[in-house]
Ligand binder design. Structure first.
Ligand SMILES: Cc1ncc(COP(=O)(O)O)c(C=O)c1O
Length: 418
């Protein structure tokens, strides 16, 4: 039995009822963006109906709006295990990371070094490369172990040296699902005197995050990957957010949240986290023992994400069994079931000599929504030698996917392979 009663939660997500040609569609595109529960949609329309206003006005709607914003910061702080002042909203992870890299970059000089990885999404690489071009900063790239698409920690130790000022690493790969040993990487980087930012976009929908346990200095994620709307989130340690040069206009109170934020999106983000709190209260009890260091809403959130992790990985094993039964399929990422705790339920594959675009289109015609190409994991696809031939098909599971959907996908792939 999965930890979460999947049929019971699916009805909360209106998009899961979409049909095409009389058949229900199946969303395996979670790593590209997840669907939202009805309460997220309601919160966004409620914002626009009852509190739509700019920040700081001396009247009802502005006061309501500011109260909503304060509450949303508290919810995200609980989601990440951070202090409320350490949470900043923005357009998306990429834009926030450009802001962060520009800010850190203003403290760097020629010859200083930043470390990135070949496993990462371009949003966690490109901003640092742009900095290198502008400020003569050296960017070093950590390699992967090709056989299982994990980060090569020897390569990481070699890349980090006395000139390293910052390390930008992903929590999980959006392409092949690998979870990186972030706490260990943070310790290595801190020993060298470098700060660390973690791209948690591909990890946040799947498992609990605790920035204090990781010890990281910054962490970024995007609400649209964890059942919310299109909003980016930055966590930064308070003393660093206060000390780093910020790019703000004079009257603005906040040094990081520039201009007027996407208030209705932030209202939706708060509702997505409230959905997770409720999930934790409903299905999280069996996991509470291992989470005794948390209380209240933080406990509910950690329990929810632990229940999600258990549910997803059970389904992922079924998915891998189905994929393994397809003749001529080739997968990238950790395949050894005994090591599934090192991965998220996201897998990249190719079917025989079919181009990934062809496979994804054929699946799409059957109402099975997957992705193909490089999904901005461009460095990884180059490293795997797949960049010039269409990358790979990507299937990602989230907690609302069902065993029936996975079986349908398995049958469709077996059919395409014939
Ligand atoms: C791992 C990872 N990092 C960063 C991003 C970029 O996020 P955003 O679309 O919020 O800029 C994505 C988006 O797919 C991603 O999967």
């Amino acid at each position: 039995m999965p930890a979460i009663d999947v049929p019971a939660i699916r009805h909360q997500f209106p998009a899961l009822a979409i049909t095409e040609g009389g058949r229900p569609v199946a969303f395996f595109d979670g790593p590209g963006g997840t669907q939202v529960p009805q309460r997220v949609i309601d919160a966004m329309t409620r914002y626009l109906r009852t509190m739509n206003a700019n920040h700081g006005g001396r009247f009802l709607t502005s006061e309501r709006s500011d109260a909503m914003l304060a509450h949303a910061h508290e919810l995200v702080a609980d989601f990440l295990g951070a202090h409320v002042d350490e949470v900043k909203f923005g357009a998306n992870m990429t834009t926030l990371n450009f802001t962060l890299s520009r800010s850190i970059g203003a403290t760097l000089g020629p010859g200083d070094e930043v470390v990135v990885t070949r496993l990462d999404h371009e949003a966690n690489v490109g901003p640092w490369e742009a900095l290198a071009r502008e400020r003569d900063v050296v960017v070093r790239r950590v390699d992967i172990r090709e056989e299982d698409c994990t980060l090569d920690l020897d390569s990481l130790r070699e890349a980090i040296g006395p000139r390293t000022r910052h390390v930008a690493v992903g929590y999980a790969s959006n392409a092949v699902g690998t979870i990186n040993p972030v706490a260990e990487i943070v310790a290595i980087a801190h020993d060298a005197g470098a700060t660390v930012s973690v791209d948690a976009v591909a990890y946040a929908p799947h498992a609990p995050i605790d920035v204090r346990e990781l010890g990281c200095d910054f962490l970024l994620c995007s609400a649209y990957k964890f059942y919310g709307p299109h909003v980016g989130i930055l966590f930064g340690r308070r003393e660093l957010l206060d000390a780093l040069p910020a790019f703000k206009v004079r009257p603005a109170e906040d040094r990081w949240e520039t201009g007027t934020q996407n208030h209705e999106g932030i209202a939706g983000t708060a509702a997505a986290i409230e959905y997770l709190v409720e999930l934790g209260e409903r299905f999280g009890t069996p996991f509470a023992d291992g989470l005794s260091r948390y209380g209240g809403r933080r406990l509910a959130l950690k329990a929810a994400m632990t229940a999600i992790r258990a549910t997803e990985m059970e389904l992922f094993t079924r998915l891998m069994d189905r994929l393994d039964a397809v003749p001529g399929i080739r997968t990238w990422g950790i395949r050894d079931r005994a090591r599934f705790d090192e991965r998220c339920p996201t897998i990249a594959f190719r079917v025989g000599s079919q181009s990934p675009a062809e496979t994804a289109a054929a699946l799409g015609r059957r109402g099975l929504f997957t992705w193909d190409g490089d999904y901005y994991a461009t460095g990884l696809m180059e490293r795997l030698g797949l960049a010039d031939s269409g990358g790979a098909v990507r299937v990602g599971l989230v907690h609302y996917n069902s065993a029936d959907e996975v079986d349908r996908l398995g049958e469709a792939l077996a059919d395409l392979a014939r």
